[in-house]
Design a protein around this ligand. Structure first.
Ligand code: G
Ligand code: G
Ligand code: MN
Length: 768
């Protein structure tokens, strides 16, 4: 579909260009350009005359020597006798003999013609009877000369611009067809009144010349004349027989006749017209139509034109073929112009689809992008946009949007984000709603760390909108709605309906999933830096859904929280963890294990008592079980939280503060809670070894935690440098992909330290 449309568009451009060039071929200006081009080529590719043709010129010197003008014709008589004696092959006169002169002179010439062996040719001219008249008068030599000569046509026909470019093969004079002088000399025949172009690349100076008076007096190179064709004509300026021609300026008619004859001697040229080179230009133009940049177009146009002109020159010089190139060049220029216009249009279109501040594609670009059926669209709405703008300044706002987009891109992995509106960034989403909501949560988390804009740290709050069928406007409205309601996200009605359905069905399956064993628990090691051993782990839940495949906890934990299914799920994880923990302890491992406890459960009495029952029934070793709670979980209702956490403490469960740094807790607040451990959030740890501000925060947090008697875990350690940094900063434990990914209980056990082995370091530590 696209390809045919593309071809059709190309074809139209071609057709229009072709019409322009064909139209141009008919225009007089085309002829002018063509003549100019031919002249230029002829000037560069000059050639020598054949040497067969010699000129005897009635030059100024000869006229001066004769002392009177017109001279009497006995001069001609002496001339032809000399030439005959020297063995000339033929003698042609480009001088009119149409009126009588002196009796003796004329008689002497007539007699000489009759007596010599060399054939003599005299000219006939065709002239207008009066200026502007169409009737033509034929101008023949007087009868007494006509006896022993052949008559040749010597008419010269200048073009409209008074330049002589072509010559006829022959004319009809006095009712008889006669060859032109040049056709006769070259021995070429052609139909009367058809013309051939004179080859002005032949250098007139290479035609041998003799002064009339010298020949008449026998003072010339006789051997040089033997066997040659001689053409006699006037070159003296005062005799006036001169015409304008291309390249050589104004030259005597006899020289034109000689060049015309030389043209035919070299082989009659062929006029091929403009079609062959236009055909050659077609594939070149097609190639040019593939150019994508101005540079390519210029290069292609120059190259194609050079090929056309070189072909023209080669045909002319090598094959004596005259081919016109102007229509072909016009065709190339037209296609180049069309291509330039196309690029300009694409650029304008791109400009219209780009947000000038941030350089991101805009809403128009979103509308023009192709979207899969049923694709969702998400928008992020920047809260307090005006305040941010006044802080970073108007000129940095684009930069701000770009940085924000990068952050979202980093979390979502989406290739193209759009600036849907001043304060809104949008992106398409192909998967389920649930995954999108995970993304929102992760973006929100990533933005807990301020953005760095022009040296300023900017706190950004966002909320989100979702709509289905790529309805950007609906998604934007939904995001505004979320903002109004103070929620993290809001879904447009259609999207909401689909989500509710998905959620209900997923949560309906959760209970069965536990029963069916689709829910499992994996453990991510926390490495203790003082011993370089794994002495603690975090339990992380996994759901292997039979149809949907592996579901991320980020996806179903929030759903479980909302639909009151988090309690049974957490109790399941707790039971499983305690089971494994006891198993490891019985085998002598030094290990503690942490379970994540959602905010909701901390203040839930039913969860409290259920957890209490399990812990009492199984009797886990004191302080080997840890509950990880997040900062925000405890802050909504601190009193209840503190009371409940105290109850866990009494059961011998250690409390760890998860994701530290992403909330707003203060030192005094931390003191309220019965904590054992502080986990610094991944967002700060990840780059602490390269980013100064992060390093500072991590160091001061470690100091603070130590002063409160807490041990510190650094989360999200992915590289050795980061681990080294934390060790140097005094961190107690590290967790992250560099140490290990979350692994199964079976995979974990070999990594653990068995009590006997660890005896020595343990004792040493206690002693200190
Ligand atoms: O490892 P992972 O991608 O699994 O964890 C994603 C998020 O889900 C983490 O923030 C983690 O705290 C949370 N999570 C994992 N398992 C549990 C669980 O059993 N209960 C709760 N409440 N959160 C969990
Ligand atoms: O929020 P909580 O502390 O429960 O987070 C655990 C989450 O962190 C899990 O999703 C786990 O897969 C992830 N995680 C653990 N180590 C790393 C790490 O080194 N890099 C990254 N990017 N994620 C990690
Ligand atoms: Mn955790």
């Amino acid at each position: 579909m696209r390809i045919t449309a593309h071809l059709a568009k190309n074809f139209t451009v071609f057709l229009i260009s072709l019409c322009i060039s064909v139209g141009f071929a008919q225009a007089p200006v085309s002829r002018t350009l063509e003549d100019g081009l031919r002249a230029a080529t002829a000037k560069i590719l000059t050639r020598e005359a054949s040497g067969q043709l010699h000129i005897v010129e009635v030059d100024a010197q000869s006229v001066a020597a004769a002392k009177s003008w017109p001279w009497t014709r006995d001069h001609y008589a002496r001339l032809i006798r000399q030439l005959d004696a020297a063995g000339a092959r033929s003698i042609v006169f480009d001088i009119a003999f149409s009126s009588p002169s002196t009796l003796e002179g004329d008689a002497a010439f007539a007699q000489a013609i009759a007596e010599i062996d060399t054939p003599v040719m005299l000219p006939t001219f065709t002239q207008g009877a009066t200026e502007n008249s169409r009737r033509r008068l034929d101008d023949l030599p007087i009868p007494m000369f006509r006896e022993n000569v052949s008559l040749v046509s010597a008419s010269v026909l200048p073009d409209a611009d008074a330049r002589v470019r072509s010559m006829v093969f022959g004319t009809v004079t006095d009712g008889l067809p006669r060859p032109s002088m040049s056709a006769q000399i070259a021995g070429v025949s052609g139909a009367a009144h058809t013309t051939f172009p004179i080859d002005y690349s032949i250098d007139p100076a290479s035609i041998p010349r003799y002064s009339f008076s010298a020949v008449e007096n026998g003072a010339f190179d006789k051997a040089g004349v033997a066997g040659r064709d001689i053409i006699v004509g006037a070159t003296a300026i005062e005799l006036g027989d001169r015409y304008g021609v291309p390249i050589h300026g104004v030259i005597p008619g006899v020289t034109i006749q000689a060049l015309a004859a030389e043209t035919l001697i070299a082989g009659a040229p062929l006029e091929f017209g403009w079609i062959p080179l236009l055909l050659l230009a077609l594939p070149l133009a097609y190639m040019m139509a593939q150019s994508k940049t101005y540079g390519q177009i210029a290069f292609s146009l120059a190259g194609s034109s050079a090929i056309v002109i070189a072909s023209q020159a080669f045909a002319y010089h090598g094959g004596r073929i005259f081919a016109d190139s102007v229509p072909a060049l016009v065709m190339l220029a037209a296609v180049a112009l069309a291509q330039v216009l196309r690029i300009i249009r694409v650029q304008l279109r791109e400009k219209a689809m780009t947000d000038s501040e941030s350089g991101l594609p805009n809403a128009l670009a979103f509308a023009n992008a192709s979207h899969a059926e049923g694709q969702l669209v998400a928008t992020a709405f920047v809260k307090e946009f005006d305040a941010i703008q006044s802080v970073v300044g108007k000129q940095e706002i684009g930069n701000f949007i770009k940085r924000l987009a990068e952050k979202i891109q980093f979390v979502t992995g989406i290739a193209t984000l759009y600036r849907a509106d001043t304060r809104m960034i949008a992106w398409p989403h192909d998967g389920e709603h649930g995954a999108l909501i995970d993304q929102f949560a992760r973006i929100e988390k990533a933005l807990m760390k301020p953005l760095e804009i022009a040296g300023r740290r900017v706190d950004v709050g966002v909320c989100f909108g979702i709509a289905s069928e790529s309805d950007l406007a609906a998604a934007s409205r939904a995001a505004s709605e979320a903002h109004r309601e103070g929620k993290l996200w809001h879904a447009h009605e259609d999207a909401e309906a689909a989500m509710v359905e998905q959620r209900v069905s997923l949560m309906g399956e959760l209970d069965d999933a536990i029963e069916a064993g689709h829910i499992s628990v994996v453990y991510q090691p926390k490495l203790r830096l003082s011993t370089d051993r794994v002495e603690s782990v975090e339990a992380l839940v996994r759901w292997h859904h039979p149809e949907r495949g592996f579901l991320r906890p980020d996806h179903f934990i929030p759903l479980a929280e909302e639909s009151n299914r988090i309690e049974p799920l957490t109790l399941y994880v707790l039971r499983k963890t305690i089971e494994d923990l006891r198993d490891w302890c019985e085998k002598g491992a030094i290990i503690s294990a942490a379970v994540n406890i959602s905010a909701k459960l901390i203040s839930s009495d039913s969860f409290m008592s259920a957890a209490e029952r399990i812990v009492r029934a199984t009797g886990v070793p004191r302080d080997r079980l840890i509950f990880e709670v997040t900062e925000s979980a405890t802050m909504s209702d601190p009193e209840t939280a503190v009371r409940n956490l105290e109850r866990f403490r009494e059961l011998g469960i250690a409390i760890s503060m998860d994701d530290y740094g992403t909330g707003q807790s203060t030192l005094s607040y931390l003191q309220l809670l019965p904590l054992t451990e502080l986990k610094i959030d991944r967002a700060f740890v990840e780059h602490a070894h390269v980013e100064r501000s992060d390093a500072l925060l991590v160091r001061s947090t470690i100091q603070l935690a130590h002063s409160l008697g807490l041990r510190v875990v650094g989360e999200g350690v992915e590289v050795a440098e980061c681990l080294d940094f934390l060790r140097e900063a005094g961190c107690d434990y590290v967790q992250g992909y560099f140490v290990s990914k979350p692994i199964s209980a079976e995979e974990l056990f070999p990594l653990l330290t068995i009590a006997d082995e660890a005896q020595a370091p343990r004792e040493a530590e206690q002693a200190s």
